[in-house]
Write a protein that binds this ligand. Structure first.
Ligand code: URA
Length: 266
């Protein structure tokens, strides 16, 4: 299916939204009104610029994207500075296609930090994590054990962030290189919030924090990351697709509640 050339959009975001809409409908290639003979086209870039070997300079010492992320994250001493550091970080391609930097929501003094995967379209539009259908389920799940992102009391509150602050195109999974770039920021984020317990929702945050894959095997089993207790849970989007798995998610929530009651370190 082709993308029609009749997109009428007067700004960049409207054009991107119109394109995303057509991709959601199944468009896989652009089509113009008039046919183009691409065999006769001269590539203006190749014609004008001598071929240069692939830019190793981008990976020169000091410019490795992960090393840059480590340095920028380490320099942030507050959440505000960390958000500014992410906004200034230019090595992740996802940033170019995203409308917002989705940093976090909830109470930064909460005992529980929830780490998700990446923003979806609603989160990208609103600039807040977990506000779409999966986010509404996440709110209901944690409300069932007395925790909320809007609670002023740290004992009743959660703080919510994602591994990726930018929406991946068409909600694809983040790539390992993209996760590696964001990991130093996530580590710093956790250090600045200093929660008692981390809950990872789904495979991407499990992999980012532990290097392990397989959330269905890992869920419900306590681990340690950055010196803190970590509980892997299935992602609420998975629970929306597989309602039968809500039973296990409920068991995980009860395990979290018990851990908080007993004192998270115990
Ligand atoms: N899924 C996530 O993992 N994070 C969000 O913010 C929204 C959906």
């Amino acid at each position: 299916m082709g993308i029609g050339a009749d997109i009428i959009a007067d700004d960049w975001h409207a054009a991107l939204a119109a394109l995303a809409w057509q991709v959601d409908l199944g468009a896989t290639e652009p089509l113009g009104d008039a046919p183009v003979n691409r065999y006769e086209m001269v590539d203006p870039v190749r014609a004008a610029v001598p071929v240069v070997p692939a830019a190793p300079a981008q990976l020169a010492v000091g410019q490795d994207p992960v090393a840059v992320a480590v340095a920028m994250a380490a320099a942030a001493t507050t959440l505000k500075e960390l958000q500014a550091a992410l906004a200034a970080y230019d090595h992740c391609e996802l940033k170019r296609g995203a409308r917002s930097l989705v940093f976090a929501d909830g109470n930064p003094r909460a005992r529980v930090l929830i780490l998700g995967e990446a923003p979806g379209s609603e989160e990208d539009r609103e600039g807040r994590p977990f506000v779409g259908r999966a986010g509404q389920l996440l709110d209901r799940m944690f409300a069932a054990i007395g925790l909320s992102r809007t609670a002023p009391d740290p004992a009743a509150a959660v703080y919510i962030t994602n591994v990726m602050p930018w929406r991946p195109p068409a909600n694809r999974d983040p790539e390992a290189t993209e996760i590696a770039m964001m990991r130093p920021f996530v580590e710093r984020h956790i250090a600045l919030v200093d929660p008692e317990v981390i809950v990872v929702m789904g495979n991407t945050p499990l992999f980012a924090l532990t290097g392990a894959k397989g959330i269905l095997r890992a869920r419900g089993g306590w681990q340690t990351a950055f010196g803190k207790p970590l509980l892997p849970m299935t992602h609420p989007a998975y629970l929306l697709r597989n309602p039968a798995a809500k039973r296990e998610a409920w068991a995980d929530l009860l395990a979290l509640q018990a851990r908080l009651r007993d004192g998270a370190a115990g």
